[in-house]
Design a protein around this ligand. Sequence first.
Ligand code: HEM
Length: 276
Amino acid sequence: MATSEAKSRTAFWIFFGFFQILGIFSIVIFVVWECFFNKGFAWDYRNRQFAIHPLVMVLSMVVLYGQGSLTYRVVTCMNRSKVKILHLVIMGTALVLAVFGVVTVFIYHHHMNYGDMYTLHSWCGMMTVASFALQFFLGMGILLFKGVDGNLKRSYLSLHRYGSLAILAMVGASVVSGVIDDVYLCMSNKSYRDLKLHAVVLNVMGLTSLIAVLNLMYLLYRDDWKRNASNRSGSPEGDVPAQETRPRAPSNDDNFPPPPDYPPPPKETTSLLRHQ
Ligand code: HEM
């Protein structure tokens, strides 16, 4: 039993490590390309400013969003309240960076006299950032504060979990459509065979980011990789009396009382035997 738990934990760390490598690789390949083989980054209202957009979007919505969504599964050495704050700080930083990345491209479009929101990528990207902002503020309002009704917290938590996966699906679609848009724009009438190194680097970054997102979705999908009942006080469910087959006894650690239909503790086995 202990061995299979250890194997499962090892598998978790392998997928976790793979996610980190892919995320860092996506950023590094793009930064190296821009700084050493292209014009680099600058707030010049031109191409160097546009380059900030893909960098910041992948950094915020893939790398940081990933760290934020995995906090409860990775950080097992802190109590629930501290993990919650860490989760909030990482997600808040990711959101601020994502908004900055989108504003960067809006300002660039404005100075170049290009239109806004005319591609599928723009709409998909805007939907992604808006959903993330909604999830962040709803999560903060409902799950962070102790006074909120327990039933509301319970029902919202499943929506919050689904929301993370839905946002990740949108991040994958935004990155891929953004790369396609950029490659299309930078190829301008060239034949596909003359694909520039710029396009190759962007395609590689798009692909590695997409694999990182799929990997992250798997890390979040595995229920057995949640913190187990013994150290559950650090997970989001630490707040929410879970619908378990064998219910957890209410503890002083809970933020709100258990549901009204909370079953009484099972009778002791010895007393059952006595009646036989
Ligand atoms: C989660 C990731 C991303 C999000 C949420 C996102 C969001 C957006 C948004 C909202 C716009 C519209 C700006 C406007 O209309 O003025 C935009 C434009 C653009 N983005 Fe992204 N983006 C992401 C990743 C990327 C990546 C990785 C690239 C690759 C180079 C990219 C390339 C572009 C391009 C070329 C435009 C201008 C043309 C267009 O509107 O389609 N984006 N992005």
